[in-house]
Ligand binder design. Sequence first.
Ligand code: SAH
Ligand code: SF4
Ligand code: F3S
Length: 478
Amino acid sequence: MDKLDKIEEMAALMSETERQYAYMQEARRLVEEESARLGRPLTANITTFGCQMNARDSEKLSGILREAGYVETESEDADFVIYNTCTVRENANQRVYGRLGVLHGYKKKNPHMKIALCGCMMQEPTVVEKLKKSYRFVDLIFGTHNIFKFAELLVRTLTSDRMIIDIWKDTDQIVEDLPTERKYPFKSGVNIMFGCNNFCSYCIVPYVRGRERSREPRDIIREIEALVRDGVREVMLLGQNVNSYGKTLEQPVSFAQLLKEVEQIDGLERIRFMTSHPKDLSDELIEVMAQSKKICRHLHLPLQSGSSRILKVMNRRYTKEQYVELAQKIRRAMPDIALSTDIIVGFPGETEEDFLETLDVVKTVRYDSAFTFIYSKRTGTPAAVMENQVPDEVVKDRFDRLLSCVQDISREMAERFTGSVQEALVEEPNEQLGGYVTGRLGNNHVVHFPGGTELIGQIVKVRLDECKGFYYMGSLMN
Ligand code: SAH
Ligand code: SF4
Ligand code: F3S
């Protein structure tokens, strides 16, 4: 019986978490062996594409690589390289293929190098076919549903010369308590739910992330308490639609109720969350936010389009009027709140009139910041086969007009805080200005001010002296 069979026999008797820890131990033995042979530590590099959800997943990958004994490096010329991919728009995919060519060059010099791909793009069968055909040098491919078994897949990759592919179509499993390595010691993302059930007609996320599943409140609270003990002061609760959190749990809980519980955690100072779908945003949530001392005064409320007709075809399930009313209700309850949004330009069938409706919402709501995207056709989504795809030059023109409108408004909105004193969580030294640090305000704006690196991780009072459009220059208050 070889070593791997033995682990598998033991593993059958364990919980999933225990199994993965057993594989981490075995990976560690393999890495130590290789490292002794080479006379140097083995290095690993992770690149993350896409959203906060992927960023959090990468921290889990990083935690497992650390347990296995790899030393993380900035360079992609490493012993283990993994890309955690995104497929929400086509250009994300193109970037991955482009960079794989460069990795192949490194692998020719270092034949022991292992290249792994995971994340949303791998859930698309056409992508995996293409990799199998034209990118044979890739060693490991896995998807979003089985990321918890990365330790096991790592062991298999280190003991095999064949391309290992393990993609699941969906899962209802949530595996708790695996190691993570946080990018920042003082703040962390926390998954509260996985997947999405909304099926907006342009969006591939429900197909690559599977059905919506919420974690139990007690598991979320336990994780945050442990993070706080470890130095975390700010958490970002993550889900594709946090407003529908908890509806399918055995004992249903609302997102607002979860927030109230998180607020009680001693030592936690700031709470953020992402993303709020306008159709499910409750009055209860607005009330809890308005009364909270810890929930940051920032809400990301994706609009996508300002035309009720387009919104209907997008399957967003709100109208222009409902959205505007909601945004105004939120601003009435919390006048100092910063609102941000996502907008898609060039959805199939979008006319000039539809586009003007979008501009109208932007001018009415006056976003503090907005992410603007050119519609990207995603195979398998209903919108991909809709007629009336909008010509590129029309989309480009609308995109430029939208961008200049949102930028003008953001600049004006940022001005309203100039001169005020706000709390900032100091995140990093300023890279351009020696002797300066960069902090993040509750409303998600960034401020640069003179200060030493000992401030990093602390929440300090800063006066916003000058607004530079998308950031402030400030000074530390005592
Ligand atoms: N769950 C979040 C969105 C996650 S995807 C929500 O519902 O708001 C992040 C953003 O990418 C979306 O808000 C949307 O603006 C954009 N996006 C998604 N699919 C897209 C596509 N096919 N083309 C262009 N932008 C897209
Ligand atoms: Fe995509 Fe819509 Fe789900 Fe957001 S809510 S992830 S846009 S399907
Ligand atoms: Fe991209 Fe997947 Fe997030 S497709 S936006 S990484 S959920």
